[in-house]
Design a protein around this ligand. Sequence first.
Ligand SMILES: [Fe+2]
Length: 285
Amino acid sequence: MPVQRLKDWPDWVYLLREYYEFYRYLPSGGSTKIRAHQRTVREGISRVMRANPEMEFMDAARKPVVTHFRRALDEGRNERHAPLIRAIDAVSAQLSWQYGYEKMPKGLERKFAYAEFMGPAGPVLTDEVIIGIVLFAPGCIYPAHAHDGITESYICLSGAVSENHQGVYAPGSLIFNPPGTSHRITTSDLEPSLLAYAWEGPRDKLAGRSCRSRAAGPREFAGAERTRRVARRVACAAAGIPTRYVGGSRQLRRDGPLLARTASDVPQGTRPDPGRYRSLYRQAY
Ligand SMILES: [Fe+2]
């Protein structure tokens, strides 16, 4: 079976483009750190789109919380980020919902799951940046945890969440968690909450998806075998051994002859439409 690449799956290209636009036109509230994070995330997405990486779909694992997904998407359609909601909906049958815990905290298995769009575990294979969504059932308490070396943002797409009892985040709000900061999330009692998230940081940290949870023990990384395979390919590339995977890395594209050829093969025409979110956000901010 031929290798499947990002551009073989237009709905995934559209999804990444919408995500890019979302991070471009989200307000930063005057915070230079948040603005820099938003830029890092979208530059990572842009590099991945240009690299046209390999796709690897996990089994379409379902979790109990997914029974709330339809409602969460429908609520999000009324928001300014409706284009992103539509793009998520378009790939919903291919999402693999995960817990990410070796040992689940009591009661959490019915209240939460996440699905990744892009990262070392796929479906869009990359070690540039990790993006995805997390879904919470009404009345979820997500235990305190922190990320070693990884900067995280959550953006509320529908519902409402609170973090560390320090604020309420309604649709369109961004929560910013610098590396090492402990955060605990509670969600609204009556509606599900859907959050987009992005992780950026050193590649080795992203590959390890390092996370420590005070309440629940270490988080296992989904698709561990795939993560190891990516690491192997990266090592091959560094040694000049041809490999199919470049992970959007300029360094790797430069290093291997096959990688260079892959880079020159990347079709053009993936630039996002800058007018789309700008007009939407201008109305409100
Ligand atoms: Fe987190």
